[in-house]
Design a protein around this ligand. Structure first.
Ligand SMILES: Nc1ncnc2c1ncn2[C@@H]1O[C@H](COP(=O)(O)OP(=O)(O)OP(=O)(O)O)[C@@H](O)[C@H]1O
Ligand SMILES: [Mg+2]
Length: 389
């Protein structure tokens, strides 16, 4: 039992002689030794054991080789391996630190990719919006003049018709081009063109609202405008396809004051939650295609996203986004805000969407982000943020 070369002895040799192992060693250690001795006697092979013993103030590690000598005697040689153990511990610690650093690096990298993606998307959207804005305003502005000039020209034609005393040639031409119809139709065409350009102007405005991605300070923002601009960007995914029925969006907007926030980042949160909701509705529909079709006529299972906003406690606003999609098990729900957690096929999801959204809401805006979900029934994300900072 004497550690060779160790500065301290567990027990002086005289203390050990003639005593049973359980009287000398701590009970767990003694059991371990007895087992190993039995094994050595049984197999006739050298058995290696590692154990620690309290010596003075410290725990000292030993490695012992137990070899059978005769049928009921063994020889045991032990040596102090504390230094090696210490190094192993250090190595384990270093490996853990490295793994942690690696995890942090991957997280930062993914965050940067997401931020970069959003920022490029924002720049692209802003660029497109800018390019469309000028020509559409030009067309829209000129439509009013065109309307006025057309009225004048039609007036002149009318006058000429009266003054010409219905000359035959003129009459023939009028009939040929169906002047009566043109007179009715031109104002209608102009008016529908105006509706069209007005719609494009609204879209451009939404794109501009959505692309306020790089705004680097808190600004008072109309939350409904932000949500609408995000819905606008995702518009194509709400439409009916051969596989999926159209997604219905229900907006239940309360009266909200302007909210101080980073609007670009908040748009990113809306985008992540809405994109997940659409994915969840698609998944549900694919898994339950027949059920959905059977119930569609009754309107029971129309894929729906409901957005509700309200003021709570006067200092806070609440934005709830719910879907009646695939839903989440408790197990998934627990992990939804974890970095890299995804249930989507490789290449589709990075698993960073909700992690980043959680950080934006809690850390950047000092708010709360909660998730309520029932499998096969749907999911609701509830954002609460302070109105002022
Ligand atoms: N509305 C929802 N309904 C059902 N499951 C959801 C919903 N929102 C999130 N989840 C689950 O949480 C997981 C994590 O979502 P998260 O947005 O963080 O990552 P992702 O959508 O998989 O990938 P990405 O980083 O591209 O957004 C999803 O893979 C999905 O399983
Ligand atoms: Mg997502």
């Amino acid at each position: 039992m004497a550690p060779s070369g160790a500065p301290l002895l567990y027990q002086p040799p005289a203390e050990l002689l003639g005593r049973k192992i359980h009287e000398v060693l701590p009970s767990a250690c003694a059991d371990y030794f007895l087992n190993s001795i039995q094994q050595a006697l049984l197999t006739k092979k050298t058995v290696k054991v590692e154990y620690s013993l309290p010596i003075g103030e410290q725990e000292v590690w030993f490695e012992a080789n137990i070899a059978s000598m005769t049928e009921n005697t063994v020889v045991c040689v032990a040596r102090d391996i504390s230094e090696r153990k210490q190094m192993e511990d250090q190595l384990r610690q270093q490996t853990e630190n490295l793994a942690q650093t690696l995890q942090e690096l991957r997280q930062t990298q993914a965050q940067m990719i997401q931020a970069e993606k959003m920022s490029s998307l924002g720049q692209l959207v802003a660029g497109v919006a800018h390019e469309i804005n000028n020509p559409v305003n030009f067309i829209h502005g000129n439509l009013s003049h065109l309307e006025e000039y057309t009225q004048d020209l039609l007036g002149i034609i009318n006058l000429y018709q009266q003054l010409s005393g219905n000359k035959l040639e003129f009459q023939a031409l009028c009939e040929e081009i169906d002047l009566e119809y043109i007179q009715e139709d031109v104002p209608r065409i102009l008016s529908s063109m105006k509706v069209g350009t007005q719609r494009i102007r609204q879209i451009v405005l939404s794109l501009r609202t959505f692309s306020r991605i790089d705004e680097a300070e808190f600004k008072a923002v109309d939350i409904h405008e932000s949500i609408d601009s995000t819905l606008m960007v995702l518009q194509h995914r709400f439409q009916e396809t051969t596989k999926l029925p159209a997604i219905q969006v229900i907006k239940d907007y309360g009266t909200l004051p302007l909210v101080e926030c980073y609007s670009g980042e908040l748009n990113q949160v809306f985008m992540n939650i809405l994109a997940n909701a659409i994915d969840a509705l698609e998944e549900w529909t694919i898994e339950n295609a027949q059920l959905r079709i059977d119930n569609l006529t009754s309107g029971l299972l129309t894929p729906t996203i409901a957005i509700r906003t309200s003021v709570i406690d006067s200092g806070w606003v609440k934005i709830a986004i719910a879907d009646n999609g695939i839903g989440m098990s408790e197990q998934i729900q627990k992990q939804v805000f974890n970095p890299f957690f995804t249930n989507k096929p490789v290449g589709k999801g990075t698993g960073m969407g909700m992690f980043i959204s959680y950080q934006i809401i809690t850390e950047t805006h000092g708010g709360k982000l909660e998730c309520h979900s029932t499998p096969a029934a749907g999911t609701e994300f509830v954002i609460t943020i302070p109105i002022q900072h």
